[in-house]
Design a protein. Structure first.
Length: 115
């Protein structure tokens, strides 16, 4: 059996609706101004973003968790973008459908934050 990697993604209500519409199985395509898909490597960083940035922007923030096949994620370097736990993958938008095809199980909402 293939190994998996756990990814987290903080999102707002609009992206949550698109994930729900997929049956919690796929991430929506990136918009033209979003050339990179940024899942994060740890729950605490996702909580920080959802509870601070997403709530400030839209009044709601959600932390999602999903599993992806390790051999796919091995293609991408983990990027440190701030403090020691501020780490994320930078997946080009044109590879998002391939990532979606490698999600195992469902995308789960594990935390919710409201203004």
């Amino acid at each position: 059996m293939s190994e998996t990697v756990i990814l987290y993604r903080p999102i707002g209500p609009k992206e949550l609706e698109l994930v729900k519409a997929s049956g919690f199985k796929r991430w929506p395509p990136r918009l033209p101004e979003q050339p990179i898909f940024y899942p994060v490597t740890n729950e605490q960083y996702a909580i920080d973003i959802a509870s601070d940035w997403n709530v400030k922007e839209s009044g709601h923030g959600y932390v999602t968790r999903f599993h992806v096949r390790e051999e796919f994620m091995d293609r991408f370097l983990i990027q440190r973008v701030g403090g020691s736990h501020h780490t994320e993958w930078w997946i080009p938008a044109e590879q998002l459908e391939e990532l979606n095809d490698r999600i195992l199980g469902l995308i789960e909402v594990i935390h919710e934050y409201h203004a």
